[in-house]
Ligand binder design. Structure first.
Ligand code: HPA
Ligand code: ZN
Length: 324
């Protein structure tokens, strides 16, 4: 089964580039940029990756991102991920980046997007991977801040396929970002949002009704609401699920509780993704392996999940047909 999983052609639709920062690269960049780190070794840093909820992770994740300062840092970060993705047979990746995490420390928007774009071009040339970037607004910050970020992005609009919403979910409902998301639709950005990770099913419903999102990132709490589940299936709204993330952030107690079967039985388009692999103990292959073991999945189940990844992507139909 492990070889089958490794060999499956896969798409990655829910991956935060900042969440691929491995401790080794983090220390290299800290040295290169003269940034001080709280932990004094790679091992000590890894030991700190024990989370009790989303917020306890986000605090460490934003601290880690402090080492990213220059265009070359974003290039190196993204290239390291693309090499890993290629080794796991990922053919297409739609990658989140969080500009506000960096612009608030004085990093120019341009340096972030140019570093990422150079990596995307090299990934295509050297590894044959196709990459799109999705810019996320941080939910714990104000909508004004998101609008300012949206405006900064417009100069680079051709380099960005769409926008998303991530960071602290509880207390930051979709309604908070209605205006900036409306503006994003108007300029032609595709729109996705994290919802129903820690937040209630109402947040998923509001992301659909108020923000008109095309995909829901996580969305597992939708299983608590039968009507919502039926609607997601009927409207063919894909969920970008991240099993290891949900375990690590204690959204579920154990992998056996991951509600994949309930979602599949309800006919929901489910995709498997890695979220923040450096922090959650594994990349996409590890996510597939973990659910296969805990939920006793068949090869047919895995084939369907991998196919859904391409189907739910923003790639043109011609590319999808080539991959599936
Ligand atoms: N949820 C919300 N925000 C995030 C996540 C997540 O799983 N990962 C990185 N930012
Ligand atoms: Zn995420």
């Amino acid at each position: 089964m492990d070889d089958f999983i490794a060999g499956l052609p896969k798409a990655e639709l829910h991956l935060h580039i900042e969440g691929t920062l491995e401790p080794e690269l983090l220390f290299d960049l800290a040295r290169r940029n003269g940034v001080k780190i709280k932990h004094d070794s790679v091992e000590k840093l890894r030991e700190a990756y024990a989370f009790e909820n989303l917020q306890s992770f986000l605090d460490i994740y934003y601290e880690g991102a402090d080492v990213l300062l220059h265009e070359a840092d974003f290039y190196d970060l993204a290239m390291a991920y693309f090499r890993k993705a290629s080794s796991e047979n990922i053919l297409h990746a739609e990658v989140f980046f969080d500009p506000q995490t960096h612009t608030c420390r004085g990093v120019p928007f341009k340096d972030i997007i140019m570093g990422l774009t150079r990596a995307k071009e090299d990934a295509k040339k050297e590894l044959g991977i196709s990459v799109y970037y999705i810019m996320c607004f941080l939910k714990h910050l104000s909508e004004e801040d998101a609008i300012a970020t949206f405006q900064q992005s417009l100069e680079f609009k051709d380099l960005i396929i769409g926008v998303g919403l991530d960071s602290t979910e509880l207390g930051n409902p979709p309604a908070k970002f209605q205006k900036v998301i409306q503006m994003s639709h108007e300029v032609g950005y595709r729109v996705v949002s994290h919802a129903g990770e820690e937040g209630p099913p109402e947040y998923v419903r509001d992301a659909l009704d108020l923000l008109k999102v095309e995909r829901i990132d996580h969305g597992i709490r939708s299983v608590e609401d039968k009507d919502l589940l039926q609607r997601i299936a009927k409207e063919k709204i894909p969920l970008t699920l991240c099993p290891l993330s949900n375990c690590k952030l204690c959204v579920i107690e154990k992998m056996e509780d991951f509600p994949l079967k309930t979602l599949l039985e309800a006919n929901v388009c489910c995709t498997i993704n890695s979220d923040d692999p450096s922090y959650f103990g594994g990349y996409i292959v590890e996510n597939y392996k973990s659910i296969t073991k805990s939920l006793n999945l068949s090869k047919e189940d895995l084939q369907l999940l991998a196919k859904n990844g391409f189907q739910a992507s923003f790639a043109p139909d011609a590319d999808k047909q080539k991959w599936i």
